[in-house]
Design a protein. Sequence first.
Length: 81
Amino acid sequence: MSLSVDWRDIKYNETFEQEVRGLERRKASDPNCSIADLEGVLQHLYQMDGADWIGRGEVQDIIMAATIAAYEYVIAQWKAS
């Protein structure tokens, strides 16, 4: 794998893991946090992702994709439990 691809994977994985940890901490420490709350944030993230008409740049696109994936993952895990 070339270095130009490597940093993208590293950034994606780093962001995904940070978001999942943060969401799990929030879920554990905030009794008012619900699946509906996370789904609301996820809907907002989808809108922000689709509203990229001026271009965020590659790094911000990677961060957005990883953040959305983390929310989807945590919501799916929560619903499955």
